[in-house]
Design a protein around this ligand. Structure first.
Ligand SMILES: CC(C)(COP(=O)(O)OP(=O)(O)OC[C@H]1O[C@@H](n2cnc3c(N)ncnc32)[C@H](O)[C@@H]1OP(=O)(O)O)[C@@H](O)C(=O)NCCC(=O)NCCS
Length: 181
């Protein structure tokens, strides 16, 4: 059972009855706006949480898709995850999504920092990267606050909500993380 504790948050594996709280986040158009998925239906939210619970049981784990809970309110406010995109090279990919009522209070940055720290210190990863739509200023700001470097700008490599979208690629290396934290 995975548990990461940060200053204000607990990041933990999903449980089956987390789906309504996650649905309240991911069924919102403003949350799905820059993401490859449409606002989730109830069936999709249930299936998503069930899949995350299954993944958490794997002996050799390649995905850590964690519920982010605000300890002071004992409330699920989003999710933050990391997937090993190339385990042999020690490369992981990071993502995060928060409930709009909780935006702008540093929670995504705090959750992501906890997971990146776990990735470098416990999983001994070499490189952690993320991508985001250039129009998603909040997301790119989080990645910058983590100390990630903007490595590239891919043109029209994604199809988001009926239109081509560019992607910014951000990454940080293990030695950069350990020297700055
Ligand atoms: C991206 C997201 C997770 C950020 O969550 P959050 O908890 O609000 O993030 P933080 O509070 O840690 O940081 C957000 C930063 O973006 C800034 N920001 C937000 N909207 C902004 C805007 N329109 N223009 C400029 N800066 C903006 C905030 O001011 C803050 O920066 P600061 O600390 O320098 O002031 C949240 O907006 C979200 O869930 N979006 C929908 C899902 C999504 O797009 N996920 C990322 C997919 S790549």
């Amino acid at each position: 059972m995975m548990r990461l504790i940060t200053e204000r948050l607990l990041l933990r594996d999903f449980e089956l009855d987390d789906w309504p709280a996650l649905h309240d986040v991911e069924s919102r158009p403003e949350v799905a706006r820059y993401q490859s998925f449409e606002p989730r239906t109830v069936a999709e939210s249930r299936a998503y949480v069930a899949g995350a619970c299954e993944e958490a049981k794997q002996e050799t784990r390649e995905t850590y898709d964690l519920a982010v809970t605000l300890v002071s309110e004992d409330r699920l406010i989003g999710r933050c995850g990391m997937g090993l995109t190339d385990p042999d090279l020690g490369e992981g990919m990071l993502w995060f999504t928060m409930h709009p009522s909780y935006w702008g209070r540093g929670y995504a940055t705090e959750a992501a920092r906890g997971l990146v720290d776990f990735g470098f210190r416990e999983l001994r990863l070499h490189r952690i990267w993320a991508d985001c739509d250039p129009a998603n200023v909040a997301s790119s700001r989080v990645l910058e606050k983590l100390g990630m470097r903007r490595e590239g700008h891919l043109r029209e490599n994604a199809w988001i909500k009926g239109a081509w979208a560019d992607s910014l690629i951000y990454a940080i290396l293990d030695r950069e993380w350990t020297s700055s934290s």
